[in-house]
Design a protein around this ligand. Structure first.
Ligand code: FES
Length: 129
């Protein structure tokens, strides 16, 4: 089992926070945000991050659920997150920008930080359905 600390990309955007800032999760934890926008959720063995969010009652974006669009994209802020086979993200997006498709992604560490709802990022627009 792993814990995902999550933050809604819209909050980052609305507050004008920079994704490269090292303290956006700290800022988020002090901002009095709704559970929907910031918090922690457990991901069980064999569960994908999107599934875990849905089990907790959250309404994260998705479309294909199979690694073929960018609707469910999230940015890994801290920690290791593995993905199943996918054909939509470039190596640069995965390795340098830390983008992951939450519908096929699983945490590799006990605690990871993810900015979900990253489909609003400009460079993913052409793959959002
Ligand atoms: S919902 Fe399409 S890749 Fe995850």
């Amino acid at each position: 089992m792993a814990t995902v600390e999550y933050l809604n990309y819209e909050v980052v955007e609305d507050n004008g926070w920079d994704m490269d800032d090292e303290d956006i999760f700290e800022k988020a934890s002090e901002a009095g945000l709704d559970e929907e926008d910031y918090g922690e959720l457990e991901v069980f063995e064999g569960e994908y991050i999107l599934e875990a969010a849905e089990r907790e009652g959250f309404d994260w974006p998705f479309s294909c659920r199979a690694g073929a669009c960018a609707n469910c994209a999230g940015i890994i802020y801290d920690g290791e997150v593995e993905m199943d086979m996918q054909q939509i993200l470039s190596d640069e997006e995965i390795d340098d920008k830390n983008v992951r498709l939450t519908c096929i992604a699983t945490p590799e560490q006990e605690h990871v930080q993810i900015v979900y709802n990253a489909k609003h990022l400009d460079y993913l627009q052409n793959r959002v359905i």
